[in-house]
Every structure is written in C-alpha cells, then in structure tokens.
Design a protein around this ligand. Sequence first.
Ligand code: ADP
Ligand code: ZN
Ligand code: ZN
Length: 780
Amino acid sequence: MALEVRSHKGRGQNVRFASVALDISTRALEGTFDYAIPEAIEGQVTVGVTVLVPFSHRSAVGYVMATSDEPPKDVAPSRLLAVVQVLAPAAFGPHSAAVARWIAHEYACPLADAVRLFLAPGQKVRVTRESSDAPWELVAEKAAPADARWVSLAPGAQGFEPIRNASRQREVLEALSAGAMRLAELSATIPGASTAVNALAKRGVVTVETRRQIRGGEKTTLSSAHAPRPERLTQGQLAAVAAIDEARSRAAGDVVLVDGVTGSGKTEVYLEAIERTLVSGKGALVLVPEISLTAQTVGRFRSRFGDDVAVLHSRLSTGERFDQWDLVRQGAVHVVVGARSALFAPLANVGLIIIDEEHESSYKQDSSPRYHAREVAARMAQEWGCALVLGSATPSLESLRRCEVGSWRGARWTRVEMSERPGGAVLPKVSIVDMASQFRGGSRSVFSEPLRRALGGVAERREKAVLLLNRRGFANFLMCRECGCVPECPHCSTALTYHERTHALVCHTCGRSWPVRAYPDPSTRCPNCGSRYLGAYGVGTQRVEDELSMLLPKDVEVIRMDADTTRAKGAHQRLLEQFDAAECAVLVGTQMIAKGLDFPEVTLVGVINADTMLKLPDFRAAERTYDLLEQVAGRAGRGGRPGEVIVQTYWATHPAMQAVLAHRRDVFLAPELAERKEASYPPFSRLANVLVWGKNARAVGDASANMAAALREKVAGLPGWEVLGPADCVKARVKDRTRRHVMVKAPLDADLGGVVSECAAGIGRGMGINMALDIDAYDL
Ligand code: ADP
Ligand code: ZN
Ligand code: ZN
C-alpha cells in the first residue's frame, strides 16, 4: 500500500476525533466510522470535508459528519486508525450533516448517497488506484471569484499527445475540450489537476489566466421578468407575509402554506418574505420546479435582489453550477433560486425556505436517494429553526391535510388563502367540451367546434393563445371514441394498460391480463356501448401543429414546445422569447407550458385532451389532472383582457373537470379525499414501493415474493400496515429486465424507511437482482 497510514496512538490531550461516512459502493452503510485526527492536519478537519481514510486494508473516501474531543467509547484509542488526508474543503456544516443522516434513514439509502447531495457540483472523488505519485491532492480553498484563475486550451493543444502514463493530463485536456474551466474547479473534480495543468502550461498546451466572470448568471430580455415592486400588497398577500413573519420568529420549523389562485401574487409574497429574511442577516433557499425555472422567474428574483442571487438547475453545465454553488459557499450571495437540488446549497445561515408549486411531483427524486424536497425542507426548517413556505394554486393533498390537522412531525402547519388576483384581474371563464359527442357528431379533428371558433377569435383580435397537449399516459390505454369508456379490471377497478406488442390489456395491481386487438380490428367492441372505435388513444404535437396551420390565417405564428423542440440548450428560453415578442401567436406544447408562464396577452387557453392521465394506474391520477388543468387555466387572462379556457375531454362529468369548470376545489377534493380515506392511500397513510428488477425472470419473481413475505411477517398484526403484491410493474420489461414490485401501506407515524430497509437487508440479491426502495413513492 502506497499511502502510509499509521494507527494513532492516542497520547496527547489535543487529539480530536472524526466520525466519517464512508463512500463505498459495495456496501449500503447507514453508520459512520471513527478515526483519529493527526495533529498535522488538525486545523483542516471539520464537519463537511472529504477525507481519505484507511478502511479494511485499503483506502477509502469519506465525509466527516462530526468531530469530537472525546474518543469514541467502543474502540480502544490505540486501535483507532487516523485520517490520512483532506481531499476537499468543507461542503456542509453540522445542520446539513444531521439532515443527511435523517435522509439516509427516512429514505432507506446509504448515508454516503445522502451526503453526496451536499457536495460541490462535479466533485468526483474516488480511489482509482493506489500509487506513490501522489494520487490525491489537497484542494485549496478557492480564490475569490473576482480573480479566479481560468485554464483553457492553447493553440498548442492541437495534436498534442500526453505521454502514456500521464492520465491526469489526459483527463484535464478532456475536461477543457468543452470550454475553459476554473483551476479550482478542475482540482475539485480531477485529483492532481494543478500539477497536470502546470506541466501542460509549460508545453504551451494550455493557458492559465486571471478572469473576472462567474458563469450561470445570464440575463433575460423577457419584458415580464422585470416586474416592478407593486405599490401595495393585497389583503391576502399581507396576511401571508404576516404568517411567514410569525413562523420565522418562532424559529421552530413552522410551515406556511400559501394557497393562492394562479396570478394571486404568490411570487410577490416570496420576494417580500426573502427581503425581510435578508434584513435579519440570514439567507433564503427558493425551490421552483425545473420546468418553470425560466429566465422569467429568475429575472424577477434578480430584479429585486440583483447580484445577491445564485441560480442552480440541471440545464446549467457542471462548471456553471459549480460557480453558482461556490458563490453561495463563499457567502457572496444569500438567495439561492433553483430546482430540487438547490435545497442542498451551502448557505451558511438558512433563515427561510420556499417551495413554489409545492404539489409538483418533480420534487420527488426518482433515483437514490429517493427523497421528497418538501419533506426534506420541513426537516431542514426544524434543524435550522427557520420557516418553510409552500406555495401553490393546487396544494398537495398531503399539505392540505397537515394544515387541517394543524401540525405534522412536531411543526405547526398553517394555511393562508389568497383567492383574488391583484388589480381586479378576474379568473378566466372555463368551458368543458365533451369530445365523445363531437365524435358522434361526425368530427374527426383534434379541435372541437368551440375551440376552433375561439382560436379564430384570437387570430381576429390579434391576441395570443396557449394550447396544452397532455402527453402523459399517451396511448397507454384503450378508449372508446363514441362513449369515452376505458376498460377496467373487474377485480381492482383500475384502468387496464394496453400493451401494443403483445395485444393484451393488463392490470398492474393484481397482475391479470386479457387478449385484445385494438381498432381497426373488427373483432373488438366497446364493452359499454358496442361501438367498434375502441382504439389506442393519443395525438402528437406534430398533428396539432399541422391542423392548426390549416385552421389559422398565415400571419398567426405557431410555436411548438415539446421534448423535441426544447432539446438544445436555451431552446426553451428562445421559444418563450419568440412567443413573447410575437404580435399574434399560438403556443402549442406539452406539460412544460402549463407552469409559471405569465404573458398578459394570452386570452385563450385550450386543453386538447384533458383526460389522458386520469386512467393511469396511479392513485394520484385525478389529483394530477386537476392540478394541471387548474394551472394551465391560470395562464389565461393575466392582463387587462378577460381570459377564456376550453377543456376538451371524453370524461366531462369527472370531478376534476367539474371543479375546474366551477373554479371550486372542493368539487374535486371531497370525493377524492373520501376515496383515498376508504382505500387508505396518502394523505391518510404512507406508501412505499419496492421495485425488483433483473435479467433472470425467475430470480426476480423469487426475490419480489421473498420481499413481500418478509414485509408481511414484519408487520403482521400491526394496525394500519398492509402489503400488496408482488405484481408486474406498469413497464413490466425494460431493456430485457423483468420488473416486479411490492407496495406497502403504513400509518402516518410509521418508521416506514426503517422497516422497509430492514426487510430488504435480509433478501438475497444474487444473480444480478436489483432492488429499489421507494419510500413515499410517487411513480408506482
Ligand atoms: P402567482 O405567483 O401567484 O402566479 P405572481 O406573483 O406572478 O402570481 O403575480 C401575478 C401578477 O400580478 C404579476 O404580474 C405581478 O407583478 C402582479 N402583482 C403581484 N402582486 C401585486 C400587487 N400587490 N399589486 C399589483 N400587482 C401585483
Ligand atoms: Zn386487477
Ligand atoms: Zn363505447
């Protein structure tokens, strides 16, 4: 072994100790290991640093979770090994360390997975090989961003070939091929980078220079991004700000739910609350769904707080994210606006956490650690003694429920309603169009008669329209075009999923299946009305765009926004700017257009197919549909002109449609809550999903059955616990892997993470069996 690691003898009084979370991929570790801190590096070892430590006859990377003057009780000091080296400076403090531990337990994931959430973007420290040529380098504290040292490829780089053993140089060159990087950042991601950079600079392959620029801070030209401070706040806004003030002053992790209709001025409330937090010398974390983290939103924060804002989201390059992250860590900015992961930004003194559109399912991460940002934020607020603000026009049933009860996990939950739009803007008029009757009337267009007429009006008056095409659940079920009927499982009353390749209707709750051939096969008839139009259901944005261009005069701009047209970096932004600048235009898009857009000239919102999601085998399907419709409806009539919303559906009587029609949430909420309570689904219970997958179908079957059996044994006789399955997943085979799942329902106060991880630990996982434990699962 190349690195000399001596065990510490534990003599002097000045010796300190560190407990370290080891980042070892082969073992799922919840615990930490204790090490002595040698005097030579005493000053460097604090909570949050990345260290190299000896572990089981080799070296391992770990993160310091705590330090202590007291030796650990269960190990003789003479047997204690010592920290070898500090690899990266502190990325988090004791509060975050506590939150990471909580995440690891709550979401049944290895502690290192939870800790990695808090590390610098791009930090990849791992033991690659052990040799004497200093594989590790101490990453120095970064210079102030104003005089950062940048490394870029020089003309001499062309054709330069590093000698065979210079793998660091090769890594550096590869990193630089995407553009210039800061030296500090190179060093944080590639151990030994600065030595390699020096060597390369001597040969004229790279240049090192001092620059004054921080990436990730682009400005916008969108007019609405520079909304001026309003002259006075509305009654609702004042009440919300007062509730937040109280929550902040109680310093106990209280939660305020700002339940405000779209356009009621929630963002203005956030800005006001942040301002007050800054005055008190603390900082604020603001989470916005990735999809609505547009220049428009960011611009509003920047126009109020200027350079005191850092922005973090996944569309930024690693370098941009690093710069923004580093600004926060240096204490140079105090407001962080970002997507889910911005929650883990290294803000020194968190005084306020805000989660906008808190109902959004994108706040649940779908890879380990499978945390929900709302739950982590609630825990963080308690840890920091600050306030958590949740905002939405369609709050999650979980948050509504907690506010009704008044508390959750020891914190107060308060709801403040904002039911009016400032300046007398009124909520748009909504109408529902029954597409089955349009079909019976002979129409085969994706546009109903009323929507066609309304679009004509927009073109005539030179206004703007937004058309939503619901793509989730696309063509995953069969539906009768004449009566709107969707075949359901007679045993589970969940919609059957249509599998085109095997021509089968499958129930993903109980596992039964039926052979079927969809329209135009003449043998298939609707089980409800006997019509032969029982077909896979769905339309694409392309088809909508084509029909639109025939329908509208040539001088109306049609802008399409979906996964295809927004793939390129900045494309999303460009399309919005194009829509903003147009005189008369129609924006056609998928879910991504429903959120947060604030264009005063939009007078018409059309929903092409409101019900595709309703039939997903997901207990939140109705909630998601209602949320989406209410959100998209809120895009109309934001300026002076009145707005109109037209919702096309095959299921006009569904409570979600009726609630949007009446602008009354209770029309949806009352039956939905009754159903959830009856079936004990969240918010009345907790739900975990254990996913098992692998190439060997039998082994997957065995492992999922064993998991179900272990869970059943563990919770037998406990009130409120229930184990469902195993059953095939909705996507039963992905990339040649068989996928099965087991669901667990548990009471609200259950230690669900603890129970599930304990049972999973006992399941044999030979033969390439993978298992994912999803606590408080969203996608089932
Ligand atoms: P929400 O976030 O609830 O959708 P916004 O904060 O975007 O609402 O506000 C909607 C519009 O109303 C914005 O254009 C905003 O500038 C404006 N606005 C917000 N509060 C006020 C107020 N108190 N007086 C006048 N206009 C306001
Ligand atoms: Zn069934
Ligand atoms: Zn029918």
